[in-house]
Write a protein that binds this ligand. Structure first.
Ligand code: SAM
Length: 260
């Protein structure tokens, strides 16, 4: 299916997105590496380095799909807690931190669970949760850090998802978005547009045998609110100290806000 530039209504978008991720789940890693020349790994490493992991924290990674962000957070958490124990802190099952991976799509979650096992991760502190980012089955004010990486763009009601993140966070909690954004330099923008509109759908066709899904990807990036607009949406639902940082010239941006 090619979605062209046709505007689709809200529920239709949800089922289109579901179809896209059901189809791409198995080739997800290969395609990410190919399309970004491996750079998505660096973006994710950088993003997680800004989480501020601490012993005992509750971390929620939304649209967490195959676990790319959650596994990094989990490893950082295990390292920090090991160090805390070496310093004499006593931690048990109740006081150790936990990482929750949430996604609307069970196919992506299954792929993630499989990968966690293949990688031999210690999964005691990891849980999986099926849910829509617009209204997650998560208690109010129960989360220290909420991350959403390359996910917000796919949610039908962006504002509802931002508001729900605010609801889930404890006072003092931190909200972090990693998402494709808007390239500011005119020359870079032209190169990037050419690549997005010509190369990516072609790669999707050749490698994943699915041009439509990758066409969707490019269009969803183009329609996503630019940096300043996204910050104002975050402020509108109550986030404070809102800021953004561009990576790779704005191809991707990290947005951060706090619930005070
Ligand atoms: N966070 C992972 C990463 O960085 O590699 C996966 C990103 S993947 C591009 C987007 C994910 O968003 C998919 O797993 C999809 O199922 C999920 N998604 C789409 N709509 C969603 C929604 N309304 N609520 C929660 N997750 C959603």
């Amino acid at each position: 299916a090619s979605f062209g530039y046709v505007e689709v209504d809200a529920r239709e978008k949800e089922s289109l997105v579901r179809g896209v991720f059901e189809r791409v789940a198995p080739s997800y890693d290969v395609m990410n590496d190919l399309m970004s020349a491996g750079v998505h790994r660096l973006w994710k490493d950088y993003f997680v380095s800004k989480v501020g992991v601490f012993a005992g924290m509750t971390h929620l990674d939304v649209a967490g799909g195959t676990g790319d962000i959650a596994f990094r957070v989990l490893r950082a958490l295990q390292r920090v807690e090991r160090e805390a124990e070496l310093d004499g802190q006593v931690l048990d099952a109740n006081t150790r931190g936990k990482v929750v991976v949430s996604d609307i799509n069970p196919a992506m979650l299954r792929e993630g669970m499989k990968r966690a096992t293949q990688r031999g991760l210690n999964q005691e502190q990891l849980t999986w949760l099926e849910g829509n980012a617009e209204k997650l089955p998560v208690e109010d004010e129960s989360v220290d850090v909420y991350t959403i990486a390359f996910g917000l763009r796919n949610v039908t009601d962006t504002r509802a998802a931002i508001a729900d993140a605010y609801r889930c966070l404890k006072p003092g909690g931190k909200y972090m978005i990693l998402e494709f954004s808007h390239v500011e330099n005119e020359i870079l923008k032209q190169v990037y547009d050419f690549y997005s509109f010509n190369v990516i759908p072609k790669l999707g066709e050749l490698v994943a045998r699915d041009r439509g899904s990758y066409q969707y990807l490019v269009e969803s990036i183009r329609k996503f609110p630019p940096q300043e607009k996204l910050k104002s949406m975050m402020r509108d639902v109550g986030f404070k100290h809102v800021s953004h940082e561009n990576l790779t010239g704005g191809m991707v941006a990290v947005h951060t806000g706090y619930k005070t």
